[in-house]
Write a protein that binds this ligand. Sequence first.
Ligand code: SF4
Length: 550
Amino acid sequence: MVRAVIVDCLGRVQTGRLSTVDVIGAGPRSVAGVLEKANVLVYIKPVEEFIRLKGKIRTYDMLLISAMSTDALAVKVAIKYWKKYNKGLVILGGPIVFGYKNLKNIEFDIAIYGEGEKTLEELLNLGLKDAELPEYNELVKVRGIVFKNKRDKVIFTGRRPFLRRNELNKYVPSTRSILGYRYYWACRVYVETVRGCSNFHRPLIVAEEKECRKCMLCFKGSFKDRIHCPLNIPPGCGYCSVPALYGPSRSRDPDRIVSEIKSLIDYGVTRIVLSASDILDYGRDILVEPNPLTNPSNPPPNTEQLRKLFDKIFSIDEISKGEVQVILENTKASLVNESSARLLGEYFKGSPIHIGCETGSETHATLIGRPVGPNKVIEAIKLLRKYGLKPYVYFIHGLPGQSKETIDKTLKTMDILSSFVEKITVYRFTPIPGTAFEKYPRGPSAKSNILSKLIVEKAREMNMRFKENLVGRTMEAIIVGSYVRNKKYNVAYTLPHGPVVLIKNANKYYGFRVLIKVERVISDRMVSGSIIRIIGNVRLKVFRRKRKIF
Ligand code: SF4
């Protein structure tokens, strides 16, 4: 039987992954599911663990890598390590392939562009399931791949149409492969509920430069009209690749989501994240079919379908008993109203939920392609808070169009939000290949740019204050390994999700769910605390299983 290893480089940048990061994305397991269906024995390894496998690398027949464009360095390290021990094929996938023109310096055999399932299935049938590279004349006929010809020229065979909802639902992500992640029993494991994004607005900053025809198709056109801009500007916010790479939103079948969650729980997973660029897009696509869901505001949320999904999830025994936590990933302000916020609060009280604001200026928000501006974001955050959720809000500094005026407005927005949000995250703008902003320079560092510095420092101050409010409070957490920078401390992941907590000399509690008391703020992201008591008096399920990965 052919053996494949998928190396998860997502979000690694280099090969270091701090034990303070507790996220396991859904992409590698989706790919593993396609390989399992073709009878390939597949394992997933995060890159930081992969590069310690040494001779075991020889036991595999091919390497698959999942990465973002910012992870190119980690990808190169993984391939170099692979080639030291193995001559097998190297297949690249994930958002990194969106910038395929930049892949010249990476030694891969095939890269899969966009949604991987159907393309990978076709490649497996052409020989990949026996770890063999298909012939050149076969490869050129497979849509959605990138490879190099004999002269080292990068060839892209063109986009494959996005999977339709019923096609997407035929694919079953692997659950067994979760065992490849060291702390999977304590990590937030993402389960895909919605693929793609419903925001098909275009950034007018780019459109104006290209002499936008003001046809307004991308803002006011029909669902189908919004797919293509006459100027070929990629859809969505200018800094994000999701709609262009993964297409309009499509929902997964609730029964498939539930059986995936049940199987993950069976393997010992204790924290599930319902992954979606907007959970409130769930089921909206069904309302507009056969049209693509390309409008971020209309129709409003499909509360009936959402309730159906949530009811099924919360009827899983371990979830209803609170042994396994389910939390939300993202929502867009454009879909938050009184009834959708109430519905989320009914099932997810206490759950964090991420919501993008990015800029405090209404005009700037339209210019960068946002679904709605900051006023609507403020309104949405207040509603989510009212119904018991914990909003985490995103901003970006260094965006095209940033000015003193946009920064002043962003600072004011942050002030208004300070009593309603749990955390503020500020990213530095980095152009992603294939997006509308790909040709813009990276935003200046907050150290060198006074405007960027203002919002970065304000967020740090606010996050410190939020953390200080936690001192003296108790919360549940799971104890994992030692803290890399100081081995005397163990890392604890808070439940359902909160700041990372460092606990001194807690090795004997490894794998236990505990009640902790927060004692001190270490940084705007981390606190320290002590254990009050063990909850349940038993190590997590994984320790009762024979955990044999290799
Ligand atoms: S679809 Fe393109 S040309 Fe038309 S308004 Fe939008 S950005 Fe301008």
